[in-house]
Design a protein around this ligand. Structure first.
Ligand code: CUA
Length: 331
């Protein structure tokens, strides 16, 4: 009995967490959770009913008779009625579930007034995040992490840079594909603060499993503070080591793909590094953001995430140290 209790507790523990469709943190995901339980409840009831009928049929089996079959007998009429009733019940259940599903998913497109607009572009294998604004000077780019204010609707435009990816953020929203050449959109609202994990849910190549992202839902004041920091250009180097790192990062190799706002690095093929150290993870959820992770990544990105587009650039240990010092300062 104790084993059962422990097993049940473990099962329930698996339901909550930062990436769970049955631990909703907003109205859209709650709506989907209701749909999920509706399907689960109806399917479970149908299964129990079918098993009961099967058991009754097996127990009440008549003894084999030698008499010839007579068409139109009472037993046959009874079966015809039972089969018709079962077909009608199936049709009603299916129509009911279809209507429930339609209502739940059509509510997902609904947007609140003045939603926060974000554009998410899926790359193999990371996410470019652009905060849109009618004022061009309030637009900025970051990667793999979205900060959102609690209580305000967020609309995410989903675009793909290369192949099909899929945005899946179970605690807050459903799932929506990012398809090259087609603009998709998903809206959601967080009603409690927290860090929620999302993941690419469409196989998109070698590192598909390492294409996660994080949504940090925070009180509006904290969000505004974060946004005003992100709008700033990169901080200037504080010492000679960081200065040497800046020279290397904004020189040829890194700047061809990466941008560091406020410097000469303006590449757009890879994640924006202006505030890279302010993010929680590096390489789309693969490594926690520390100076050590930054150094390891720059030293050998192909061992950490084989197949990604970042080449290993041969660097002396001194250069690697200055690069990691500079990157870690970009809060
Ligand atoms: Cu992107 Cu899987």
């Amino acid at each position: 009995m104790r084993g059962f209790g422990a097993g049940f507790a473990l099962l329930c523990a698996g339901c909550s967490g930062w990436q769970s469709a049955i631990d909703p943190a907003g109205p859209e995901s709650r709506n989907l959770q209701h749909l999920l339980w509706l399907f689960f409840g109806v399917s479970a009831a149908v299964w129990v009913l079918v098993m009961l009928v099967l058991a009754v049929a097996l127990m009440r089996r008549a003894a084999p008779s030698t008499a010839p079959l007579r068409p139109g007998s009472r037993g046959e009429r009874g079966s015809a009625i039972a089969v018709s009733a079962a077909v009608a019940a199936t049709a009603i259940v299916l129509v009911g579930l279809t209507v429930g599903s339609y209502r739940a998913t059509s509510a997902l497109g609904a947007r609140g007034d003045e939603p926060l607009m974000v554009r998410l572009r899926g790359y193999q294998w990371w996410w470019e995040v652009t905060y849109l604004d009618p004022l061009p000077e309030r637009v900025f780019v970051t990667a793999n992490e979205l900060h959102i204010p609690v209580g305000r609707a967020v609309t995410v435009d989903l675009v793909a840079a290369d192949v099909i990816h899929s945005f899946w953020l179970p605690n807050l929203a459903g799932k929506q594909d990012l398809v090259p050449g087609r603009d998709n959109r998903i809206s959601f609202t967080a009603d409690r603060p927290g860090i929620y994990r999302g993941q690419c849910a469409e196989f998109c190549g070698l590192q598909h499993a390492h294409m996660s992202f994080f949504v940090i839902a925070e009180p509006p004041a904290d969000f505004e503070r974060w946004r005003s920091t992100q709008l700033q250009p990169a901080v200037a180097p504080m010492d000679t080591e960081q200065e040497a790192g800046q020279q290397l990062v904004t020189g040829k190799a890194c700047a061809a793909c990466h941008a560091v706002r406020g410097t000469g690095a303006v590449g757009t093929l890879a994640p924006d590094l202006t505030h890279v150290a302010s993010r929680t993870y590096l390489a789309a959820g693969l490594l926690p953001m520390t100076r050590g992770s930054l150094a390891a990544w720059v030293a050998d990105p192909q061992t950490i995430k084989p197949g990604n587009n970042m080449p290993a650039v041969p660097l002396s240990s001194d250069k690697l140290r200055s690069i990691s010092a500079y990157l870690a300062s970009l809060k």
